[in-house]
Ligand binder design. Structure first.
Ligand code: ATP
Length: 548
């Protein structure tokens, strides 16, 4: 496993205008710094007027004069090498409209030297395949365009698309293991560089033809060119599969600045929405202890899920225009890049066993072993033991056991099936003897064992019932104790009241001669202890219920 943060590079688009507003400092050891100096009078409303200097760190910044070759060597070649080794790789370009994303990823059309990362990487990979005769490489290509949250297959070879909607629509599916599958996205095999380049041209042509007057496709859509690579050593069942995504994102311009309306505004909102979701994913990934990453919010983040915080080596190129009116966008591109730089990926070697090859190889191995065995024993042993063979073996075992000679041999020949059968027969006999029963003809558990199992079960039930009874007894004795206490308290109360009443009677008889008998009746033991008796009756009822 290779743990790596997303690698961040910057690229400045050539301009003829005044470029004193920025400076690049490429240091080999410490990385590069890109600094924007925005004098206050230059800030045209979008840049924070309070600050004049903005400094951002990159792995390297490619200044205006840097050629496509150098960009490829520094950025794409290392990613292509890791894809060759079996790791997934992604390179994506991010920046405002017209800042050079398409130029960097696909290239310019005017000169051969303007070829971008995709054609150069294809050329490099096919050259490496031809140099390595110890491996068999298979490549497939897909080219996806995402526009207004809908995916389109750019490798549709019917040449019938005159609008984007004519291209096959790509749907996103997720399996129970949360793996993303793209339905309707064709995977075209490409045996060599020429075929791969033809697929790239087909995709770019479909992209251009399908542009609506409103939609300049490269500006308003995201494009993902993917190379699927499979590497296998001849004869080996192990193979390595890796993917290389080369991504040209839509312009990152802020809607407020574009001054759009109507359909264009809707498009811009969609694009900005999906870039906004991309940003949300990046923010979530750069925060520690964030458990939920909102990949599912947009098609772009779902497709690039592995590239962002997953099993992939990812590189970002921030493209920037440095003329004054674009400075605010360039600064926000740099800010985005700084956040992306915090994301950690964990790339693993995508090695797997080819099940079909493995099965074929094992079948061949079994066949040759069978043939070898047949040659040695002179017998064919394909299936199970026959009834006659089993009977014969039982006789042999019986004779072996009955023979009093301690040196007697059980001779079965070099047949594992017979040896194993005799062993299990002997084991069954020993087990039955230990239980004191006799072996059954079919070798299954004897009735004695079944009976023992039954009696063990009933013993367990009896123990359980006894435990329940003890539990109930305890409860009853507690209740009886409570009852006795209550009775005692009631008797004490009665005695106390009787004493009081007797005292009063004596006093009143003495004073007026009136009888206090009614008072005594009301306060008689029965009447006084009604509450206690009620509780006692309740207890008794509970005791009865429990002991039932
Ligand atoms: N490094 C460069 N050297 C020469 N020309 C460049 C460079 N970068 C960009 N350009 C030119 O600038 C123009 C706009 O570039 P490009 O189309 O690549 O921008 P973009 O960021 O892809 O824009 P969009 O978001 O609209 O797709 C093109 O004509 C391109 O050839």
């Amino acid at each position: 496993m290779v743990k790596q943060t997303i690698q961040i590079y910057g690229r400045i688009k050539p301009t003829k205008k005044n470029t004193t507003v920025y400076s690049v400092d490429n240091e080999e050891q410490t990385g590069a710094f890109l600094e924007f100096l925005v004098p206050r009078d230059l800030a045209d409303g979008f840049v924070n007027n309070k600050r004049e200097c903005y400094k951002f760190r990159f792995l390297k910044v490619f200044d205006q004069a840097v050629e496509q070759e150098e960009v490829f060597e520094n950025i794409a070649k290392p990613v292509a090498d890791s894809v060759l080794a079996g790791y997934n790789g992604t390179i994506f370009a991010y920046g405002q409209t017209g800042s050079g994303k398409t130029f960097t990823i696909t290239g310019g059309a005017e000169h051969y030297s303007d070829r971008g990362i995709i054609p150069r990487t294809l050329s490099y990979l096919y050259e490496r395949f031809s140099q390595d005769s110890s491996m068999v490489y298979t490549t497939h290509i897909s080219y996806l365009e995402i526009y207004n949250e809908m995916g389109y297959d750019l490798l549709d070879s019917r040449h019938e698309a005159s609008r984007l909607e004519d291209l096959p629509k790509v749907l996103i599916m997720e399996d129970p293991d949360q793996n993303i599958h793209l339905r309707n996205l064709s995977l075209q095999q490409s045996a060599n560089e020429e075929e791969a380049l033809n697929l790239l041209f087909l995709g770019d042509t479909n992209r251009m033809i399908a542009e609506t007057p409103m939609n300049q496709a490269s500006t308003r859509s995201h494009c993902i060119f993917t190379m699927h690579l499979c590497r296998r050593e001849p004869g080996s069942a192990t193979l390595r599969r890796s993917k290389l995504h080369l991504v040209d994102l839509a312009g990152s311009d802020r809607v407020s600045k574009t001054g759009l309306s109507g359909q264009l505004l809707t498009e811009a909102k969609y694009i900005n929405l999906s870039l906004h979701y991309l940003e949300q994913v990046i923010i979530a990934l750069s925060e520690k202890n964030r458990s939920h990453i909102p990949y599912r919010n947009s098609m772009l983040t779902s497709v690039l899920r592995d590239s962002l915080g997953g099993n992939c080596m990812t590189t970002m190129i921030a493209t920037m225009a440095v003329d004054r009116r674009n400075l605010d966008e360039s600064i926000s591109t740099c800010r985005f890049a700084q956040r992306v730089a915090l994301i950690k990926n964990e790339a693993i070697l995508n090695e797997e066993l080819d099940p079909a090859l493995l099965i074929a190889r094992l079948k061949r191995e079994i066949q040759s072993l069978k043939e070898e065995l047949a040659m040695l024993t002179g017998e064919q042993r394909d299936g199970q033991l026959t009834v006659e063979e089993i009977q014969r073996l039982e006789e042999l075992v019986k004779a072996f056991l009955d023979d009093p000679d301690p040196d007697v041999m059980l001779s079965l020949g070099p047949d594992m099936r017979k040896i194993q059968f005799c062993f299990s027969l002997l084991k069954m006999m020993i087990m039955d003897k230990q239980r004191g029963g006799n072996p059954n003809a079919d070798g299954k558990a004897s009735p004695t064992a079944a009976e023992r199992e039954d009696s063990q079960q009933s013993a367990a039930e009896v123990t359980k019932l006894k435990e329940m009874m003890t539990h109930r007894d305890n409860e009853i004795s507690i209740l009886v104790k409570m009852l006795k206490k209550e009775k005692k308290r009631a008797q004490d109360a009665v005695a106390q009241i009787a004493n009081t009443v007797n005292g009063q009677r004596t006093a009143s008889q003495d004073a007026s001669g009136l009888s206090t008998m009614p008072l005594l009746r009301e306060g008689s033991p029965d009447s006084i202890s009604t509450g206690h008796r009620g509780r006692a009756i309740k207890h008794m009822k509970r005791v009865k219920a429990l002991s039932r």
